[in-house]
Design a protein around this ligand. Structure first.
Ligand SMILES: *Cc1c(COP(=O)(O)O)cnc(C)c1O
Length: 390
């Protein structure tokens, strides 16, 4: 039997996941014996803080945590999430109806369109952006419509520039601030305009906010839910992945509009069976335990950001130090496409960076560098970049 002939259209038309493709190239170069510095995937290089690991070690021995979890997440974790949102953003959430635990926020993002998109419906998403937004919309049979993030608008979407017929047809809108890959942040006035548009055109807002704690120079990013009326029109995705360096643990959550939470929960209860309870216990420890690990994380990335942006600027690159996230969004030198530049840097300097167009064609002209190696390796990367000629 030819299995390939049996494949569904949705997989045939799907480009390979961005980082799977870059990984393949990286291995190819590695096999030639080159020492690789990986600034590609946004995966923290530092381990999960030890008090969280210890909690997990203890929790895993409890047999009551070995059984199927409840679909919405353990009540104690949902309560911890509600308290964390109250303390951090002064946003009040009902743990019963306004919080849903996810197997990492990627899972919830990918499944959300299944709850709202019918074949033919339009789903908006900001581009360049996380590839899961358009793919999730497409998997549900919808038509993804990119909203460009342009440098001249501070990488915020120009809501007035979205064509009227598109706004009327759109059912939901995926956005993400602090933003991956541009490092941009959104302020209260933007969220207020977003809520106004959502009310006027009846568009469900899906705000992806895993980087609110990864910020610098004392800057504190906002939650979308802080804006008046936000909970009437949308939900926010959050994650323990970046804040507590727990990417491999798979623990995230969606909070906000109870009807949207309920709809997503209905989809999920037919697909998965929740997060391992021992991981949820570790998540409670992360959210309610000692927070000095978060401050240390900020200091570490701030030092790396300063080191790298200074060096790149000196070399003649155009890069703005981000207020949040661990990404540098760097303009490629004249005469290069994003891909050509990323390939040159990988082949000649052994440094993995991500071409901006991998996040959508609106990212063309930029590359993303993730600050996920220590300062010594960053210095090595700087030395290698200095030797390249553009
Ligand atoms: C890292 C990241 C996520 C995914 O986080 P998980 O909770 O680990 O699935 C979601 N959105 C964006 C924009 C990210 O960069």
């Amino acid at each position: 039997m030819n299995v390939n002939e049996k494949k569904a259209d949705r997989i045939i038309h799907l480009p390979p996941y961005l980082f799977a493709e870059i990984d393949r190239k990286k291995i190819e170069i590695q096999q030639k014996g080159m020492d690789i510095i990986d600034l590609g995937v946004g995966d923290p290089d530092l381990p999960t803080p030890s008090h969280i690991v210890q909690k997990m070690q203890e929790a895993v021995t409890h047999s009551e945590y070995h059984t199927y979890p409840t679909y919405a997440g353990m009540p104690a974790l949902r309560k911890a999430i509600a308290e964390w949102y109250k303390n951090r953003f002064n946003v009040t959430l009902n743990p019963e109806s306004e919080i849903l635990v996810l197997i990492g926020s990627k899972e919830g993002i990918a499944h959300t369109p299944l709850a709202f998109i019918n074949p033919g419906d339009v789903g908006l998403y900001t581009s360049p952006g996380y590839p899961v937004y358009p793919t999730g919309i497409r998997f549900a049979g919808g038509t993804p419509h990119p909203v460009a993030l342009l440098e001249r608008n501070g990488f915020l979407p120009d809501l007035d520039a979205i064509p009227e017929p598109v706004k009327h047809k759109a059912k939901l809108f995926f956005l993400n601030y602090p933003n991956n890959p541009t490092g941009a942040v959104a302020e209260g006035d933007f969220y207020e305009r977003l809520v106004t548009m959502a009310e006027e055109y009846e568009i469900l807002i899906c705000h992806d906010a895993p980087y609110t704690e990864m910020s610098y120079d004392g800057y504190r990013p906002l939650s979308f839910l802080e804006s008046p009326g936000a909970k009437e029109v949308g939900i926010e995705f959050h994650s323990l992945s970046k804040t507590y360096r727990m990417t491999g643990w798979r623990l995230g959550f969606a909070v906000g509009n109870p009807d949207m939470i309920q709809a997503l929960s209905k989809i999920k209860s037919n697909i998965d069976s929740g997060v391992f309870k021992a991981v949820q216990i570790a998540g409670i420890e992360a959210l309610t335990g000692d927070q000095t690990c978060v401050e240390e994380m900020r200091n570490t990335y701030q030092r790396r950001r300063d080191l790298m942006t200074k060096a790149l600027t000196k070399m003649g690159f155009t890069v703005t130090p981000p207020k949040a996230t661990f990404y540098l969004w760097v303009k490629v030198p004249q005469g290069f496409t994003s891909s050509a530049f990323a390939t040159k840097v990988l082949e000649e300097a052994g440094i993995v960076i991500t071409p901006g167009n991998g996040f959508g064609k609106e990212g063309e002209g930029f590359v993303r560098m993730a600050l996920t190696v220590d300062e010594q390796r960053l210095k090595e990367a700087i030395e290698r970049l200095k030797k390249l000629t553009f």
